[in-house]
Ligand binder design. Structure first.
Ligand code: SF4
Length: 341
């Protein structure tokens, strides 16, 4: 429910009132430390008192969409590393991987606590015994503040949920779900291998287990219109996902998508299209949802298109500028009140 306000000087943060879950007043200066959206940086400082860096790890699993259980090809945009292009080899063992990942960021991060991010492939695609042996020592480390696990909503059997629930009693556990689109026709085109209807149920089961959910959405998937993408953003919001990661479709060397792109059957988004889409999505996301990413870091060595995306800083600046021009603040526009009932 949205009510317009006339007083431009009102900048309330968050109020919990009787019978109302969330009340936010959106003002020109926004409520997230000068940002017009609820950024991950803001969330971390509010909840952990400091910025935390992610350490990208490989738990040594594969993916049912690659090993033949669902298909051998994988999602058409997925690189051979299963989106884990930045982690060290699983053969190193987790402790050495953690040290390696720390060494990559020591110049820009002086903190002492990190997010252990199991990124490569599907990180609940193994027995719960294997997963317990993998995750437990990590979550018990003093330098790890959050256990972050990327997986698929169709790889969350009851024993895995139960394990996640016991881990979440020790420290915060985040699960990242690769939805990408809510459209089942698109899901077929990208060879995702599951129907969208299982996603809201997975979010609910994870919430019941005390786990924080982050959903991945890709903008610019083949044949998707702006309307379809806004529908996906609404679908994710309605599911109650705690966070969202927005990602531009990257056409990477060695993927199925590359072949389709070379035939001219799909095209990459233009920069102005992407900026318009991101801003329109921010306008409809609930203010309480944390935006973990506005544009992704693809492997630059493998990137074929769109090449403008290599300059991430410029893209982020353009998004922030466009939000200001259009007076968009996450969940609405300037000087409106948003009630989540
Ligand atoms: S589910 Fe993830 S790891 Fe598996 S093929 Fe798709 S993108 Fe790659």
């Amino acid at each position: 429910m949205i009510f317009p306000l006339n007083n431009e000087k009102i900048f309330l943060k968050k109020v919990v009132a009787e019978g109302v879950t969330t009340v936010l007043v959106l003002g020109e200066k926004s409520m997230w430390n000068g940002r017009r959206y609820h950024s991950l940086d803001y969330y971390l400082k509010e909840n952990f008192g400091e910025k935390l860096y992610k350490l990208s790890l490989d738990g040594g699993m594969t993916c049912p969409n690659r090993d033949g259980k669902i298909s051998f090809g994988g999602c058409i945009f997925c690189s051979g590393e299963g989106s884990g292009d930045f982690s060290a080899s699983a053969k190193l063992g987790i402790d050495k991987q953690i040290e390696y990942a720390k060494s990559l960021i020591w110049e820009k991060f002086s903190g002492e606590r990190y997010i252990a991010y199991f990124q490569a492939f599907t990180n609940t695609y193994a027995s719960s015994e294997y997963l317990k042996e993998l995750f437990m020592p990590v979550i018990l480390r003093d330098d790890i503040a959050v256990l972050d696990i990327a997986t698929r909503p169709d790889c969350l059997e009851p024993d895995k949920i139960s394990l996640l629930s016991s881990l979440a009693k020790i420290k915060p556990v985040w699960v990242e779900l690769g939805l990408q689109s809510s459209d089942d026709k698109t899901a077929e085109i990208i060879n995702r291998g599951y129907r969208s209807s299982i996603y809201p149920e997975a979010v609910k089961r994870l919430h019941d287990a005390g786990v924080n959910v982050i959903t991945h959405m890709i903008l610019g998937l083949p044949f998707e219109t702006k309307e379809m993408m806004l529908k996906t953003a609404k679908f994710i919001s309605d599911s109650g996902s705690d966070g969202i990661k927005l990602q531009l479709l990257h056409i990477l060397r060695g993927t199925e998508l590359e072949k389709i792109y070379e035939k001219g059957e799909v095209k990459a988004l233009r920069e102005e299209e992407y900026i318009d889409l991101v801003c329109s999505i921010i306008e409809i996301l609930p203010p309480e949802m944390v935006i973990h990413r506005l544009t992704g870091d693809g492997d630059k060595k493998k990137l074929i298109a769109p090449l403008w995306s290599k300059d991430k800083k410029r893209v982020l600046n353009l998004i922030n500028h466009e939000l200001k021009i259009r007076k968009i603040v996450q969940g609405g526009v300037d000087n409106q009140i948003v009630l989540s009932l």
